[in-house]
Every structure is written in C-alpha cells, then in structure tokens.
Ligand binder design. Sequence first.
Ligand code: ZN
Length: 306
Amino acid sequence: MQNLISDPVSMTSCRQEAYLLRLRRQFPFVYVKTLTRTAFGRSVYALQFGSGSRKILITAGHHANETITSDAVWQWLFAFCNALMDGGAVCGASARELYHNAMVYLVPLVNPDGADLAAGVCALESPEYRAAASIAARYPDIPFPSGWKANLRGVDLNLNYPARWEAARRIKKAQGVSTPAPRDFAGFSPLDQPETAALAAFTRCIHPDMMLALHTQGSVIYPGPDETAPPGSHALARAFSEASGYPIEPVPPESANAGFKDWFLQVFKRPAFTIEAGLGENPLPASQLPEITRAFSAIFTAAMQW
Ligand SMILES: [Zn+2]
C-alpha cells in the first residue's frame, strides 16, 4: 500500500478504493459516505472529519483529466491524519488545533468514470470505452482519451449546475458543442447527471460556510466575481494566495456560468474559490503531485484556521 501512495500514476477509481481501504484501517475516525453511483457503476464518496463548527467543503475531480488534484487531496489527508495522531503540525499549524477548529467535507473524486477513461484504464472492448470513443471521434482535435474532461456520458460536469446554465449552453453551442462531447457539453438539463445531482443535494444538506473547487491548471486562485463576492471573500483569497504563492485573478465572465462554484455562490452566498493548481498541459505529469500537494496543504491549513 505504501508503494501505491508514494509512486503515483494517474488517479483512478481503483486507486481511490485502495486509499479508502487504508483510511478505514489507519484513520477510522474519518467518516466515509457514498454520495451516489455513476452511470457506469463507480462510487462517488464524501469524507468528513473535524470537530469545529466552521464547515469547509473541498471538491476535486469534476474534470476527468485534472484528477492529479484528487490524488493531492488524498496525499494531504494522509499527511494530516498522521500529524493528528502524532500530535504534529501541518504547514506550521497544530493538526489537533486545526481539527478542533473546522469540520471538513471532502469529495475527492467527483468524476470517477471520466477519471478512469482519461487515465487509460477502461478496457478497450468495454461498452463504456466504445461509447466514449464514438463521441470522441466527432472531435478529432481533442486527444483521446487524455483530453477528455466530461463524464462517460459526455457531459462536462462543471457546466451542469443550475446557475446561468442556459448562458453556458448558449456560449458552448456558439463554440460548436451542443451534444455529448469530450468537454464543454452542459447536459440536456441542469443536474441531469448522478454526480452533479448528488453533490448538489449533499451540499444543501451540509450547508458549508466555504467551498474550494480544485482544478488544473494555471497556479492561480479565482474568487467569485467581484460584484457577487460574499463578505470575507477578499481576505480569504489573500490568505490563500499568501499561503500558496498562487496569485488571485478575476474570473472571465464567460467562464462564470453553470459551474459548481457559480451554483454555490448563487445558492449560499458564502465564500467559494476555484484553485487552478499546477502548470502545463492537462493532464499534468505526476511529477507535479508534490508541488500541488504543497499548495493545497497551505490553502487547506489557512481555510481550517479561518
Ligand atoms: Zn477543471
């Protein structure tokens, strides 16, 4: 198991099951809940730990070829739990103090179907691979499967939320995408996918005080649009930027529709941030995992001190 953790390849649903097994054995105080099963039968999990009253929701892996962020979340979680057990520190802060200050909800891999496809572990003769390949054939300019962002029904999950969803659909249609595709298809209606419906329902249940949406790439932090920024957003963004070294940038208006963060800001009016980790072309190489884990660790620590 140790090898599997320290020798990362692309994140897969199978790797996540191995991480869960290790978590249950070593750190049973982390509560694990299955949010839903995907169209092709993979589980989407939420993890919960902490004893504080500030609720922080962290989501990773909406996009199939950005799941290095999912692995980084798991690496951080194990490092944090180890520090907690040993009475140690994370980014200079006592793990126990962080634990008592916050309640953390993690959804480390929102799109396990897409993750397996992009990682190249779906069997070539399987119905799911063939369905994806026939969608991809209409988009010869997008590398397959490494350029795949959607779930295996060809829906871009981060365009499937009911927050200016019609605008997202219109913009993407004007760019040539109006049916299932490797990326940029918003779905036939908002929340028509099990992954997004379950995450939205779960989020309404827990009512988080803050949300972090993890993506690649750019090494940059996007708060909500200035005009809708909830109280505290600017100070938090500055704290995350100082901790991680990632600069803060304004969100391009054409990219502020139908995403999970857009929906969260609209419904809860509480601070929410997109973190675009790492640099290069997606999928980022595993060699960036330590750096991305470092940046997340710094940001999560600042969030738990909030
Ligand atoms: Zn993304």
